[in-house]
Design a protein around this ligand. Structure first.
Ligand code: DAH
Length: 339
């Protein structure tokens, strides 16, 4: 009996020596101490032992059990320690490794220019409003006094979705949308994308951005327009900037003008930048045409207004001395990072 118990103990210890996981340890526990385990088998055979021998044998079995239990616990603790050391080694962070460089993004040139335009007009009490890019023919043309046979309506210039719906060709389309709401006085600025069926080149793109301005109130005169836009020019191009208004024609304004600014490169003497003239054209503007007011339900006898439209890319190209519009859309980081 003694030898048998010793053999069980040795077999168990041998197995414990090899065990590499807690699962295996558990299997060993069941194999030797479980209900059908080796030691239990020995206890079952006690009935064959002479009664006077039984207490001795019983003690031997208990010794073996305690020894196995102790060894199991020792091995278990050692194994747990080893596994946790392995995990720690895997999770180690090498704090001496060089950090990954984070590149910080920034605003696009167009947006930098837009933020400047918006800051100026918001400071003057204008409200920024939005209008749809997919627009009704009515708001893009009709309500702006551009009659059905106007050359600007030619399909060459306008992307039509169907006979009545188009991609707006100008942010002027927000004018009637805002005016017909009937809330006066109005001081609004509306930036956004516009679309024209143009070939891409250094100064043209089928999609570009405009900023529309509209003021309607009583006693608004051309002097208000001039004063506002002259201040705007100074803000954008420097305090020395002079402005010049040239008569022009837009169907939705009367009178209409284009505004030039004195060349901020040469101060007006004439250089390559302003093509020798000393002036650079910046925007279109005028007094809102009485018919445009009437169509949107505003009485032109009571109210007057002025409007203007600026090409945002034009401002960005001038301000940052970029000579090709395409650079703004190519998303070449080497270019964009310069601003
Ligand atoms: N919508 C015009 C264009 O796309 C620009 C413009 C001119 C807007 C005069 C205006 C304006 O509001 O009064 O060329």
């Amino acid at each position: 009996m003694k030898e048998r118990l010793q053999a069980i103990r040795n077999a168990c210890f041998e197995k414990l020596e090899q065990a590499q996981s807690l699962d295996v340890l558990n299997e060993i526990r069941v194999e030797f101490l479980g209900k059908k385990g080796a030691l239990t088998e020995v206890l079952k055979s006690m009935k064959d032992v002479a009664p006077e021998e039984r207490p001795k044998v019983g003690a031997l079995v208990n010794d073996a059990r305690t020894a196995i239990e102790n060894r199991l616990e020792e091995v278990k603790q050692a194994l747990e320690r080893k596994l946790s050391e392995l995990r720690m080694a895997e999770e180690t962070i090498d704090v001496t490794l060089p950090a990954k460089r984070m590149t910080e993004g920034h605003r696009h040139v167009n947006n930098i220019a837009l933020a400047e335009v918006e800051r100026f007009f918001v400071g003057m009490g204008y409200e920024i409003v939005d209008g749809p890019e997919v627009e009704e023919d009515y708001y893009n043309f009709e309500a702006l006094n551009i009659p059905a046979n106007h050359p600007a309506k030619d399909e060459q210039d306008t992307f039509y979705i169907n006979g009545k719906i188009l991609l707006r060709t100008q942010t002027s389309s927000v004018q009637a949308r805002i005016m017909e709401k009937g809330k006066l006085p109005l001081r609004i600025l509306s930036p956004g994308r516009v679309y024209r069926a143009d070939e891409v080149d250094a100064t043209h793109s089928p999609c570009f951005h405009q900023v529309e301005g509209l003021v309607v109130d009583d006693n608004i005169t051309f002097a208000d327009l001039k004063g506002t836009l002259a201040e705007f020019a100074k803000e954008m191009f420097g305090a020395e900037t002079k402005v010049k208004f040239r008569p022009h024609h837009f169907p939705f304004t009367e009178p209409s003008a284009e505004m030039d600014v004195s060349c901020f490169k040469c101060g007006g003497k004439g250089c390559r930048f302003c093509k020798g003239s000393g002036w650079i054209e910046i925007l279109g503007c005028g007094m809102v045409h009485p018919r445009v007011l009437t169509m949107s339900g505003i009485d032109p006898e009571k109210y007057t207004g002025f409007a203007f439209g600026v090409g945002l890319e034009r401002i960005a190209l001038l301000k940052y001395e970029i000579d090709d519009l395409r650079l703004l859309y190519e998303n070449d980081l080497r270019f964009l990072k310069q601003f």
